[in-house]
Design a protein around this ligand. Structure first.
Ligand code: PRX
Length: 569
């Protein structure tokens, strides 16, 4: 679909000054907003919460509006500051220290956010896990990070193989009874002081560990430091366009990077009210959330927009959505169709943003004050140098497809891959961070996403590594070999398709395929379970034994198979 550019509208941004401000911007300018200007020491929890709690004009403003079908609660900046202080005291009491990894495995709730900031306040590193993870996924992450403490709920506890995790010394249970050796969140919070002296850290000290999938091996721990907040703050201000009085809603779970960078840091560093919604997706509930809380800025994902689109005009028509001022998207290509739908459903442009777990913050975006070219991810944020490079790291001319790359050294860039320096190094080429995405840049500087260059699957905006799914599949007694690919899907972007061979003695049947699907779902998570499984006589491999997923994909899509010279006999 070819669409005309959609011009910027007044009302969002300071249109007169923006060009000049953007052009002269340097990352150091953003630092001036924070305490390290005076002290040289920082803590992102202080900057996001306590700073506002100390401000008489801000302290009683709602910081967090929690809305789940069975629970509604509002916490002011002062409330959230006190609760996170209490939790920091609990952590101190249990000897959690600077640099320790403390993981969170629980649904979104006020307790999650109090605990998250408590972790940062003692200088420890927070590791949020997506609540839908099953045992293997939980185990891999706790093992690799050598987390010493986990905060979870009695319901999720059965997915935590605590006995097999020698480093995991303490488990805090939120809600309900805490038997034996477990620490009760509620009991300890009751007995804990509301004041705490924040541990001041260096900008380069660790803050967050987010696990993400690549095309090979287990998920990798992407390590972020306090410095990232500079980027969260500045992109929150200029891309999310957050200002005093805004009510903001980011739909992402904090188990994924969008749910921390833009579900936690950007809104609170900018001092706005943040809506946190629990529960499952439903069009009626989602529109209802916007209407009930007068959400003005909304950050979501193409999959969700496509679902709302198919729910139709009636679903939207029942709710007053007039509070919305600014809508943004991330995680997958934003189809021009969806942009058109946004114009008619909300009378607003949907602003695409591009970034990754590893980049920690937005890099290429459509800001409110620029013209949008539907289908384009936008332009690099001020202070970001992006280019299309070849496989040697040389810049390519306009309109030529290649590796989307970013000049090293923006504030929210990952600082390490946990326990895996080689993997970290492998991202960089000739001074460029190479993203793994292919794209081109047009002559006006707009970037256009083309696809992944590796085998990483993006299903409903969630990143899945084929290796993880293949490894789980072959643990099933009926499966001999497995190859996993992403198959294009109109609603989910891609779905996971598995090709398997069966062990001797097993016959193909619908029951067996469903059992295998459930096996992956129960072992890893629902989003990693293949929606389609096809039985083959053999799985194509190279002579060195690598599964040729590209060939599987060509077969599936009916495309030419290309070079198959490395194919095993
Ligand atoms: O392929 C790109 C896709 O999502 C990948 C990053 O996934 P993840 O680390 O899970 O982070 C998602 C949210 C930051 C990218 O390599 N992706 C992300 N944003 C876009 C996108 N693809 C197309 N358009 C986007 N705006």
């Amino acid at each position: 679909m070819d669409m005309q550019p959609i011009p910027a509208r007044s009302g969002n941004h300071n249109m007169e000054n923006y060009k000049q401000t953007y052009e002269n911007f340097q990352w150091d300018d953003a630092k001036q907003h924070f305490t390290w200007n005076e002290t040289g020491r920082v803590n992102a929890a202080y900057e996001a919460i306590d700073r506002h709690a100390e401000n008489p004009d801000k302290k009683d403003q709602p910081a967090l509006i929690y809305s789940a079908p069975d629970r509604k609660e509002t916490l002011s900046f002062l409330d959230l500051s006190r609760k996170s202080n209490q939790f920091a005291n609990v952590l101190k009491k249990h000897h959690i220290e600077k640099g320790d990894r403390v993981f969170l495995f629980m649904p979104r709730s006020p307790e999650f956010y109090a605990a998250f900031f408590g972790i940062l306040k003692v200088g420890a590193i927070a590791g949020p896990l997506f609540e839908a993870f099953m045992e293997q996924a939980v185990r891999d992450r706790l093992e690799d990070s050598e987390a010493t403490m986990l905060i979870t709920t009695p319901d999720l506890l059965e997915r935590v193989p605590a006995d097999d995790l020698p480093h995991l010394k303490q488990i805090v249970l939120v809600g309900g009874e805490a038997p034996g050796n477990y620490i009760s969140y509620e009991e300890e919070m009751k007995a804990s002081s509301e004041s705490f002296d924040v541990e001041w850290v260096d900008l380069e000290d660790g803050m967050l560990l987010h696990y993400t999938s690549g095309s090979t091996g287990k998920p990798k721990g992407v390590y972020h430091v306090h410095n990232a907040m500079i980027q969260h703050y500045q992109t929150g201000k200029w891309v999310l366009d957050l200002k005093e009085g805004d009510v903001y809603w980011c739909t992402a779970d904090p188990g994924w990077v969008t749910g921390t960078s833009y579900g936690i840091f950007a809104p609170w560093l900018n001092g706005v009210t943040n809506v946190i919604r629990g529960g499952r997706f439903s069009p009626d509930d989602w529109y209802g959330t916007i209407a009930a809380h007068d959400v003005s800025v909304w950050y979501s994902a193409p999959t969700a927009f496509r679902k709302l689109l198919s729910a139709g005009k009636d679903a939207a028509g029942k709710h007053d959505l007039s509070s919305l001022r600014h809508v943004l998207s991330v995680g997958e290509p934003l189809n021009p169709e969806v942009v058109t739908w946004g114009l008619s459903a909300f009378d607003l442009r949907i602003h695409d943003t591009w970034w990754m777990t590893e980049t920690g913050g937005m890099l290429i975006c459509n800001y409110p004050a620029m013209d949008i070219r539907p289908g384009s991810m936008g332009k690099p944020f001020p202070g970001i140098e992006a280019a299309i490079v070849d496989n040697e790291g040389n810049e390519l001319p306009d309109n030529q497809m290649g590796n989307l790359a970013i000049k090293e050294g923006w504030p929210s860039m990952m600082r390490a891959v946990w326990n895996n320096p080689g993997k970290y190094e492998s991202y960089f080429l000739n001074g460029w961070y190479v993203s793994g995405d292919s794209a081109y840049k047009d002559e006006d500087g707009y970037f256009w996403f083309q696809g992944r260059l590796d085998d990483v699957i993006n299903t409903s905006g969630e990143r899945v590594g084929p290796f993880e799914v293949e490894s789980k599949l072959i643990e099933h007694e009926a499966v001999a070999e497995a190859g996993v690919i992403g198959k294009p899907d109109p609603e989910r972007g891609e779905i996971i398709k598995a090709f398997i061979t069966l062990r001797d003695g097993y016959e193909q049947s619908d029951e067996l395929l469903e059992e295998i699907r459930q096996f992956v779902k129960k072992g890893l998570s629902a989003h990693a379970a293949p929606r389609e499984i096809e039985i083959k006589d053999t799985i194509p491999k190279t002579r060195s034994g690598k599964i040729m997923r590209r060939l599987l994909k060509s077969w599936e899509l009916g495309l030419p198979t290309g070079d198959t010279s490395t194919l095993e006999e």
